[in-house]
Design a protein around this ligand. Structure first.
Ligand code: NAP
Ligand code: G4F
Length: 323
């Protein structure tokens, strides 16, 4: 009998890669999708798996729809990847972000507790919870200091996951994932905004790229590697929390330099600093220590930032070329 997995956020970057990984392992995959006025399945199409997913309509803000999804899917494993995931928007929609990214986790945990207590649960926590960093390299014991409504909401989701594990003995794990990117990354995030612009500038369709704080530093990895870590967490006998990162941090400026240089351009001739992209409170630097995930899960990142950015620029050159 094949295992069943329920994935919230299946139409997102990580949801698409995770669904592909699970299907390749022989799982039956149920994907929670919120009703939208236009198509959101382009990533699943790009990976060639759109028709292989069982779609269940639901929204993390709606506890009834979450209960129904858990009852219908009867999942062995549940991956909660659904979220309002863009930090910048969390100042414009702080309440929605709090409900979906924070309370939404409780909706899911309650449904598991009542209807599927044997199911294993993965919560998509984030390095954004470290915010104003309290240690040079952040690991599972570093204190949190979130700097955005998104980070605050995710911190609630993180602690409620730990609380339900301790209160009700659920197999609930939380992955504290540092930034991870891919050709399927949303266009609003800085890596994809840059690689899309590089392709457009190279092909003569755009002249400049307007960015905010390019001195910010991030620990960037490849999303395809990171979904493997999520799956590994749910294969452990005991649920736990893990930092997933590369252990290397790079400025937005240097990431830009890599992307433009890949097509023979100088970023300094195209990047314009625009204060509209500055954030009310910034996370200046993130740098993770993935030692625990390496030791206990046997997980290791396989993709350097240089090859990740090259992969993204190449994909955007193909897309823009087709337009
Ligand atoms: P993403 O591409 O923005 O995908 C988010 C997904 O959540 C989409 O499928 C979206 O559906 C869905 N969603 C949004 N609001 C929802 C709601 N109210 N109810 C149900 N689903 C909803 O994000 P991602 O990069 O794949 O990230 C996956 C998860 O990991 C998120 O929880 C994110 O916060 C977390 N995370 C990401 C990173 C990273 O660097 N990528 C790092 C740490 C943690 P639509 O397609 O319909 O909008
Ligand atoms: O790409 P970003 O928007 O990602 P951010 O804020 O780090 O959040 C991402 O990673 C988190 C994990 O740490 C996830 F939890 C979250 O869901 C999301 O996936 O911005 C990265 C950095 C920031 O410091 C930002 O200020 O790039 C800086 N930046 C500079 N100019 C810009 C821009 N970011 C964006 N999005 N757009 C700009 O024009």
């Amino acid at each position: 009998m094949s295992k069943r997995a329920l994935v919230t956020g299946v139409t997102g970057q990580d949801g698409a890669y995770l669904a592909k990984l699970l299907l390749d392992k022989g799982y039956e995959v149920y994907g929670l999708v919120a009703r939208r006025s236009s198509d959101t399945r382009w990533r699943l199409r790009e990976l060639g798996i759109e028709s292989r997913i069982n779609y269940l309509e639901g929204d993390l803000a709606d506890a009834c729809s979450i209960q129904r999804a858990v009852i219908k899917a009867k999942p062995h494993e549940i991956y909660n990847l659904g979220a309002q995931s863009f930090v910048g928007s969390s100042w414009d929609q702080p309440v929605t972000t709090g409900i979906v990214d924070g309370l939404g986790v409780t909706h899911l945990l309650e449904a598991i507790r009542q209807f599927s207590p044997e199911a294993r649960f993965y919560q998509a926590s984030t390095s954004e919870m470290f915010g104003l960093i309290q240690a040079e390299k952040q690991d599972e014991s570093t204190p949190f200091y979130p700097r955005s409504p998104y980070g605050v909401a995710k911190l609630y989701g993180h602690w409620i996951t730990i609380n339900y594990r301790e209160s009700f003995n659920l197999h609930a794990s939380s992955g504290i994932l540092f930034n991870h990117e891919s050709p399927l990354r949303g266009i609003e995030f800085v890596t994809r905004k840059v690689t899309d612009a590089v392709a457009r500038i190279k092909l003569g369709k755009q002249r400049e790229l307007r960015l905010g704080n390019i001195d910010a530093k991030r620990d960037w990895g490849f999303a395809g590697d990171y979904v493997e870590a999520m799956w590994l967490m749910l294969q452990q006998d005991k649920a736990d929390d893990y930092v997933v990162a590369t252990g290397v941090t790079t400025t937005v400026r240097d990431m830009c330099q890599l992307a433009f240089a890949h097509v023979g351009l100088d970023y300094q001739e195209h990047v314009v600093i625009d204060p509209q992209f500055f954030r009310p409170a910034e996370v200046e630097v993130l740098l993770g220590n993935p030692g625990k995930a390496e030791r206990q899960l046997g997980w290791r990142p396989t993709t350097s930032l240089e090859s990740l950015i090259q992969m993204m620029v190449e994909a955007d050159l193909r897309r823009v070329g087709r337009e």
